[in-house]
Design a protein around this ligand. Structure first.
Ligand code: GAR
Length: 215
């Protein structure tokens, strides 16, 4: 079987991005879901969509390093064309990044490099930013770092709470991520060393869709 278009998703939580990726599956196939949390909501979403799953629990390993090696083995066993982190709360090690160079992406709920890590919406409000949003990037060994692919921006309103802002951002995540996954699988977006390359039509399409690119 060809591995063209096979996407393995890694997640730790509720899985709304997984759901969006499944619902908008065109040009790619969500082939397998891996989680470190046996009670992740995303696991139920995967099972209901008849997608095979693997649970790799920290408790099953004697150390953090062997746990992370276990995650890498589980991903390798799925032979993916692309690995998409969707709320996966484990920092992946150097071997993982090197093994999947140009094939490992993450979505994060802020306009990186602002607010890597947790509680991004509260921090954007606290910092009185005028806009906020989400970023999809190729993954390197940092926390929420690596070459940016595209961002979707939302206004930050005077009466926003972290919850209202999160709701506005996640809606954009749900269209941005499938669009990027499809275009990487189709070869229209790729990583060249540390530079993101876009096919010309992607720049125009991103503009129409209201996404920022980094050419
Ligand atoms: C999403 O907002 C995603 O951007 C974020 O976790 C959430 C997962 O939600 N990722 C990170 O914070 C990565 N640092 P979901 O499980 O409903 O897709």
């Amino acid at each position: 079987m060809t591995n063209e278009g096979k996407v393995t998703v890694l997640l730790s939580g509720r899985g709304s991005n997984l759901k969006a990726l499944i619902q908008q599956q065109r040009g790619y196939r969500i082939h397998h879901v891996i989680t470190d949390k046996a009670d992740a909501g995303g696991l139920t979403i995967a099972r209901e969509a008849n997608i095979s799953t693997t649970v790799v629990r920290r408790e099953e390993f004697p150390s953090l390093a062997t746990f992370k090696a276990g995650i890498l083995s589980a991903v390798e066993a799925t032979n993916p064309h692309l690995v998409a982190l969707a709320g996966f709360m484990v920092v992946v090690p150097q071997e993982f990044v090197a093994r999947f160079h140009g094939k490992l992406i993450n979505i994060h709920p802020s306009l990186l490099p602002h607010f890597p890590g947790l509680n991004t919406h509260a921090r954007a409000i606290e910092a009185q930013h005028q806009e906020h949003g989400c970023t999809v990037h190729f993954v390197d060994t940092g926390v929420d770092t690596g070459p940016f692919i595209a961002q979707a921006r939302v206004p930050l309103l005077a009466d926003d709470t972290p919850e209202t802002l999160a709701a506005r951002v996640i809606t954009r995540e749900h269209t941005l991520y499938p669009w990027i996954v499809r275009n990487i699988i189709e070869g229209a977006i790729r990583l060249d060393e540390r530079t993101v390359r876009y096919a010309p039509h992607i720049i125009a399409e991103a503009r129409t869709l209201g996404y920022t690119t980094f050419e």
